[in-house]
Ligand binder design. Structure first.
Ligand code: SF4
Ligand code: F3S
Length: 104
């Protein structure tokens, strides 16, 4: 599976939503997540994210992000169409500590 990681937080560009063939992105207030059981591993969303927030779960250290994506994809509504990024997107793209300070 692919997963969304912390640099999506406070950006939420949503380019990923436009390309996913199985509509497996779910939307929280400040970020999106992927449902790990619905993702078909096609990989097309990964290069589309301007924040480089999407990763394959085969990369080192992704276990916690798979659990995070699973948890929130079961709580949040599906998102089917791209929308405007958050107002903070360009200013906060690439900043550290987003999970602690900007996730809610
Ligand atoms: Fe959707 Fe493919 Fe990205 Fe999985 S890898 S979330 S199926 S676009
Ligand atoms: Fe987030 Fe990147 Fe999608 S910032 S909303 S994972 S395009």
């Amino acid at each position: 599976t692919y997963v969304v990681t912390d640099n999506c937080i406070a950006c939420k560009y949503t380019d990923c939503v436009s390309v996913c063939p199985v509509d497996c992105f779910y939307e929280g207030e400040n970020m999106l997540v992927i449902h790990p059981d619905e993702c078909i591993d096609c990989g097309v969303c990964e290069p589309e994210c301007p924040a480089d927030a999407i990763r394959a779960d085969t990369e080192a250290g992704m276990g916690k992000w798979v659990a995070f994506n699973r948890k929130y994809s079961e709580l949040w509504p599906v998102i089917l169409e791209a929308k405007e990024p958050l107002a903070t997107a360009d200013a906060l793209d690439g900043t550290e500590g987003k999970l602690e300070t900007h996730f809610s």
